[in-house]
Design a protein around this ligand. Structure first.
Ligand code: DGT
Ligand code: MG
Ligand code: MG
Ligand code: MG
Ligand code: MG
Length: 289
């Protein structure tokens, strides 16, 4: 069809493809969840239903987007990691961020009733913004994930101490504080101080708190078949001439399709494990292969 005289307006559109060979993190975050969590009476400091719903939505997103290799979530946020070789949507930033954040928002709303039975979801419905961030090296990507997990722990320790102080504890003759009083009392305190407050005044051993609150949630694929991606990669590497073995060979279309199908069949798990230390990555080396 002949171009219309209006066709030129396409030139105003910006091409926002992300640089190649970088790990892409799409981080989504709930819009105005401070208000939303109050309106929906989320338990303080942590609401199990809310986190289970976040995790359920994330699992569906990981299933839908096979380019996502791992996801990490805490509070009202989730970080989805796309492989450095990902070619989805020609790596266009807005398309990636909006597709993932809208998929997440829809799952969150559609599954609401399952996690909050009998509690109506009212307008404005929860939505999640999304942004893409690039990390040029695995090491920096791991530091990014460590940053989010460390943030989860720091916030959880603070929130646990804060809300216990507001509640008070008659057993140790600790009177309830106002939120302003608790905020002031915690100003400038270190982790050790908060641990001690929890232990002495509230009989809480922070280390014994559920991992889900201290570590957040890690979502990734577990492969049931014998051949792991790792084995597939090294077998493929070994069969190539020596001079090629250091370089990464671009995967063929059939190879990519086979991988996609294998990923679709894999079980997607949610775990509350440490991803700062090397152990998790040593046990699951194919995640960042
Ligand atoms: P934003 O992201 O700029 O639109 O604004 P907010 O209000 O979403 O702020 P953000 O994302 O920094 O903080 C997340 C809020 O969500 C924070 O106020 C605590 C709340 N929240 C998340 N999970 C829970 C929960 O399990 N229980 C309660 N009570 N609140 C939660
Ligand atoms: Mg925010
Ligand atoms: Mg938020
Ligand atoms: Mg947030
Ligand atoms: Mg279209």
């Amino acid at each position: 069809m002949a171009n219309s005289e209006f066709e030129y307006v396409r030139k105003f559109e910006e091409w926002d493809a992300l640089a190649p060979s970088n790990w892409i993190v799409v981080r989504i975050d709930g819009r105005g969840f401070s208000k939303f969590s109050k309106r929906q009476n989320f338990a303080k400091p942590n609401d199990r239903r809310a986190i289970d719903l976040m995790n359920a939505a994330a699992v569906e997103v990981v299933k839908q987007f096979t380019d996502i290799v791992i996801a990490y979530g805490q509070s009202d946020e989730y970080s989805f990691v796309l492989h450095e070789d990902c070619q989805l949507f020609e790596r266009r930033a807005a398309k990636l961020a909006t597709s993932i954040s809208t998929a997440f928002s829809v799952e969150y709303c559609m599954q609401w009733d399952k996690y909050f039975p009998g509690q109506a979801l009212e307008r404005p419905f929860p939505t999640f913004d999304g942004r893409c961030v690039l990390y040029p090296k695995k090491k920096i990507l791991r530091d990014y994930l460590s940053w989010r997990q460390a943030d989860c722990h720091v916030n959880n320790l603070y929130n646990t101490t804060f809300w216990n102080m507001v509640k008070g504890n008659p057993a140790t003759e600790t009177p309830p504080m106002t939120t302003t009083e608790a905020e002031l009392a915690l100003k400038g305190t270190f982790s050790a101080d908060k641990n001690e407050i929890l232990f002495k005044r509230f009989n809480i051993n922070y280390n014994a708190e559920d991992e889900i609150w201290k570590k957040g949630s890690v979502v990734y694929r577990k492969f049931e078949d014998k051949q792991t991606s790792e084995e597939a990669t090294s077998a493929d590497q070994a069969s190539r001439p020596k001079e090629d073995q250091d370089k990464k060979k671009p995967k063929s279309k059939t190879q990519l399709e086979k991988e996609r199908k294998r990923k679709q069949k894999a079980r997607v798990v949610v775990e509350h494990v440490d991803i700062i230390k090397d152990r998790f990555w040593q046990e699951n080396p194919w995640i960042l292969e």
